[in-house]
Design a protein around this ligand. Sequence first.
Ligand code: F0G
Length: 353
Amino acid sequence: ARPWRGVIEEYRDRLPVVGDAPAVTLGEGGTPLVRSTWLSEATGSDVWLKVEGSNPTGSFKDRGMTAAITVAAAEGAKAVVCASTGNTSASMAAYAVRAGLQPIVLVPQGKIAAGKMAQALMFDSLVVQVRGNFDDCLAMARGMADDYPVALVNSVNPVRLQGQKTGAFEIVDVLGDAPDLHVMPVGNAGNISAYWLGYGEYAADGVATRTPEMWGFQAEGAAPLVVGSPVPDPETVASAIRIGNPASWDLAIAARDESRGRIAAVSDQEILDAQRELARRDGVFVEPASAAGVAGLLKAAAAGEAPSGATISVVVTGNGLKDIDTALSHLGVIPENVIDADVSKAAELAGLA
Ligand code: F0G
């Protein structure tokens, strides 16, 4: 066995867009595909979790960022900019400093999780907090890239989607074919577009015999693709997907329609419950936004709308450690269990004595 080389080297023949420049990589991709006993039982299908929180900066964004920063560096950029709800900025900053580029991040003030802010700061970004939401930040990032010498690496940069499509390749490579159904959270709608690209490419080239139905889930208070029009003041506990006007709107709708899939909404409570259950049943701790797909699949199963006897992949997009404040506050009262150094007391607390 040889070591995993990161998604550009692993899939270079499928990423012509990055050219032959040396890859700016942190060894991203090659993430675990973990069978969920819990969700398999709940649906009567074979359910697999693509654990993207295992990427170097803790989210799927690293797949797109290795590609976008490799290209930006090769084209001679000195600085890169993104708007972000947190994960894109953490990822961009890490890859940018590796390539010697200055990272500039625009985030909605007070609305990104502490872990993500810590990452951006540790990677030496200029962090600009904007009095506004993600959609305002994205408009600013586009404006900066139009008027100043700085490269835009949000997913409106098509190279990002090319990198992110490798997630679909890996699922097919491990399962041996495309799943029947693919489930994921949707915010700015880049990732669902990227997976659809990846599945389509593998099917067109005969690597897979089919493409899956694509199911995307948004948070109820930030569900423009479900409502059918932009949401001016998006609100949800899942800060990563608090987005009212997704940039890849048309691509996401095409993924839904071409695959005969669906994009639906889940409530904040359903998201938090799914996050908690995924942790306690499967040992997989994800951030709230990442649980939206799981919540949506469970909701569909409860309504009798999920397929049984099928193979289902669910992308869990980001690591739970990114946002421990939300996780801990949803746990409620945590017993302190403070004792002296006494084995019998510990055994008593554990119910062993
Ligand atoms: N899950 C997580 C953990 C995310 O950070 C995001 C998006 C999504 C899902 C949705 O993916 O935008 O491609 O539909 N985060 C972006 C950011 C917006 O700035 O980090 P999408």
